[in-house]
Write a protein that binds this ligand. Structure first.
Ligand SMILES: NC(=O)c1ccc[n+]([C@@H]2O[C@H](COP(=O)([O-])OP(=O)(O)OC[C@H]3O[C@@H](n4cnc5c(N)ncnc54)[C@H](O)[C@@H]3O)[C@@H](O)[C@H]2O)c1
Length: 328
């Protein structure tokens, strides 16, 4: 996989965040010339320590993707744009819907306009989300499932995704969208549940605090370790047949939240979990059970997750035990 990215000029929006920083580290290893743009809004997952292993080998531009002039400048000359900047909290999107709209929808259009005007030959990979399906009508959820999001974040991410596909189809600005499921691993936000509940679970289990599971704990989910997601981002970037396409990511390892908590506790060598009633504002936007059918990307491009939950949780706990002062 090294060739497509060797000496390539790459921009990652949201590059100081969880997935963006893991991607940046991999791209540096592959010989790419990497620039990160991130606003470091404190409630989001950006953290300068995330790029510690490569901090002298990437350029960091602290800018906001909502700033059209910055984006006009920043997209110029890039071979690839990994578009990962986003507001990720579903609850925040309900409490501050306009901010979510500005970042996850309007800014996406400005980024695409910047590319159309200043760099129409760039290849863009957009990080979409399974949240846009809403409460599933059937399982596993494939890409043909109707889109009926349960929260403002889902609506805006859906629009963000379709702007990318539209710019591919109408203007030939090559774009592809990955609908990510729950992604976890080193460098995720663990101070609260804004990015993923698994973040705060990891923090609490390491601190010896009980893990709180909302509801009866029987909600089913699938999880991807971040390295597998990075593989998928690079794969769709490098393949022309992915242009204009939308792919689910997912896993064959389906697990309910109670069993996941028990697994995490076992890997931690101790801990406890408690079932607590769903906070009403969370219940109202909950999607129930979810897991993906990711056979499209598997059969057409050959992507398959490599890291199982046991290995992924082990690596994640190890990372946060070692670096907790950077993330707590
Ligand atoms: N982590 C997951 O489980 C998951 C699941 C589905 C989709 N996604 C998508 O993947 C992308 C990356 O998510 P992540 O998990 O790495 O979250 P993250 O919060 O760690 O990363 C997002 C980054 O974007 C930056 N950002 C936010 N608004 C910005 C703005 N206006 N200008 C510049 N930078 C801005 C943040 O500072 C942060 O560093 C997001 O678009 C998210 O919707 C993530």
């Amino acid at each position: 996989m090294s060739e497509p990215f060797q000496d390539k000029n790459i921009l990652i929006t949201g590059g100081l965040g969880f997935i963006g920083s893991n991607l940046a580290i991999r791209l540096v290893e592959l010989g790419a010339d990497v620039t990160l743009v991130d606003s470091l809004i404190p409630e989001y997952g950006g953290n300068l320590f995330n790029i510690e292993p490569v901090r002298t080998r990437v350029r960091v531009n602290i800018a906001d993707v909502r700033d059209e002039y910055s984006m006009d400048y920043l997209v110029k000359g890039r071979d690839y744009l990994f578009n990962l900047a986003g507001q990720t909290s579903h609850l925040d999107s309900m409490q501050n819907p306009y901010k979510d709209l500005e970042i996850n929808c309007r800014a996406q259009l400005s980024i695409l306009e910047a590319c159309r005007k200043h760099n129409p030959n760039v290849k863009i990979v957009y990080a979409s989300t399974r949240q846009i399906y809403g409460k599933p009508d059937y399982l596993p959820v494939d890409e043909k499932h109707l889109l009926h999001p349960t929260d403002v974040n889902g609506v805006n991410k859906m629009a963000g995704e379709w702007y990318h596909i539209l710019y591919n189809n109408v203007y030939g600005v090559r774009s592809v969208s990955l609908r990510l499921t729950n992604t976890y691993g080193p460098r995720m936000r663990v101070v609260d549940a804004r990015q993923t509940f698994l973040g705060i679970w990891i923090r609490r289990v390491i601190e010896g605090e009980p893990i709180e599971i909302w509801g009866d704990g029987r909600q089913i989910r699938d999880f991807n370790y971040v390295d597998d997601v990075v593989d998928a981002l690079l794969l769709v970037a490098s393949r022309d047949e992915a242009n204009g396409k939308i792919y689910n990511l997912g896993s064959t390892e389906i697990i309910n939240l109670h069993d996941l908590a028990k697994k995490l506790i076992a890997h931690n060598g101790g801990g406890e979990c408690a079932l607590i009633p769903f906070p009403p504002n969370r219940q109202a936007i909950d999607i129930g059970d979810y897991y993906s059918d990711y056979s499209l990307i598997r059969s057409t491009l050959g992507w398959e997750p490599q890291i199982d939950l046991d290995e992924g949780l082990y690596r994640t706990l190890h990372y946060y035990r070692k670096h907790r002062e950077q993330y707590w």
